[in-house]
Design a protein around this ligand. Structure first.
Ligand SMILES: C[S@@+](CC[C@H](N)C(=O)[O-])C[C@H]1O[C@@H](n2cnc3c(N)ncnc32)[C@H](O)[C@@H]1O
Length: 344
């Protein structure tokens, strides 16, 4: 086990932390939480965590091996830096760069450059290395957040670009109900989906969930009650070279399936996408009920709906264990609840 820290996106207060934990649980990795700070999670964990998080996460920006954490003041930082034997972490003649980031307004802008230069000079003094800001062999990361300074050696930087390339508007078949690819990915992670699992989206629409689940190695099936959505979904999947197990024109409440490993879905809200003479609440109730008998004990459903329908209460009433809920603001009249349920 090693000490690691992860810089998380600030897009949502709870989702980035929950997604990280869900990935480690899905991959059966050993970990214990040291501390949750604003946009930073400190863990003691298996080294393989970094690979899993880099491959899967939507909301993790940087993974690093922690060298120290201290109060964010000059005296404490200098003392900790002086105690580090940098030669143990950087080879002779290798190059390095220091990147200090401040989360929100936890430190003044000027302290970023001040610490980058101070740490750089100290490493040069203690080792036979050189600075290279363009293609460094090693990157040391410092983060100023929650009154603390967390410092370590970068293991992975995760670029959010691929999610941008799969935004609803970038897909050949666009529909305004399409879910942002990052949110779809985080829901797949929250459902603790594993490689080779059969993941079903009973309201697949434009296919966002199926695409993200395929990228982490799941087998997928999509259902949708509207033929035009099925055709559009197939077009999108072909565009990304994705071959699902099936995309089926079917009512979510009568799935032609015998058994599934996990469910990730976003039922219609009756705004830009019709509830077809029903209501969101009834569709959610009926779908959760039907899928309860198709899941094995311990398997999960991650489902999104407008906050106003109280997803967690519905799921519990049907017999699921409610694991967690997160709230995602969309606009003035819509905040989504993303709930995760476990089959008892
Ligand atoms: C909110 S959209 C899903 C969006 C999808 N997650 C995406 O990213 O494109 C809901 C979808 O449910 C479909 N739908 C509505 N009622 C349904 C039902 N009873 N069974 C299956 N699909 C239904 C709609 O056609 C629509 O495509």
């Amino acid at each position: 086990m090693v000490k690691l820290f992860f810089l998380l996106s600030g897009e949502n207060e709870t989702l980035p932390y929950a997604e990280l934990i869900a990935i480690l649980e899905a991959e059966n990795l050993n970990f214990s939480i040291i501390e949750k700070l604003d946009q930073v999670m400190r863990l003691e964990a298996d080294n393989n965590c970094v690979k899993a998080v880099s491959l899967r996460s939507a909301y993790t920006r940087i993974c690093a091996r922690e060298l120290f954490t201290c109060e964010a003041n000059d005296e404490a930082i200098t003392k900790c830096l002086n105690n580090i034997e940098f030669r143990n972490f950087i080879n002779e003649n290798d190059s390095f760069a220091i990147r200090v980031k401040r989360v929100r307004n936890y430190a003044e802008k000027a302290s970023v450059m001040k610490y980058e230069s101070k740490i750089g000079k100290l490493i040069l003094k203690k080792t036979k290395t050189r600075v290279n800001l363009v293609r460094p062999d090693n990157i040391f990361i410092g983060i100023l957040t929650s009154g603390k300074f967390i410092f370590g050696l970068k293991i992975a930087i995760i670029h959010p670009k691929p999610f941008g390339e799969r935004r609803p508007k970038e897909k050949p078949f666009f529909h305004p109900s399409g879910m942002p690819s990052k949110l779809a990915r985080s829901m797949v992670n929250l459902a603790r989906a594993k490689r080779n699992d059969l993941l079903v989206d009973p309201f697949c629409g434009t296919g966002s969930t199926l695409i993200e689940a395929t990228y982490i190695g799941c087998r997928t099936v999509g259902l949708d009650a509207q033929l035009k959505m099925i055709k559009g979904c197939i077009k999108n999947l072909e565009h990304f070279n994705i071959s699902p197990e099936g995309v089926i024109h079917s009512d979510a409440r009568k799935p032609p399936l015998a058994k599934v490993d996990c469910v990730v879905t976003d039922p219609p809200y009756g705004r830009c996408c019709s509830t077809m003479k029903s209501t969101t609440k009834r569709i959610v109730e009926e779908t959760l009920d039907v899928f309860n008998s198709l899941l094995d004990k311990g398997n999960k459903i991650c489902i999104a709906s407008p906050k106003s329908i109280d997803l967690s209460i519905i799921g519990v009433r049907i017999g699921y264990k409610h694991l967690e809920s997160h709230f995602v603001y969309v606009h003035g009249s819509l905040t989504r609840e993303i709930a995760v349920f476990e089959k008892r």
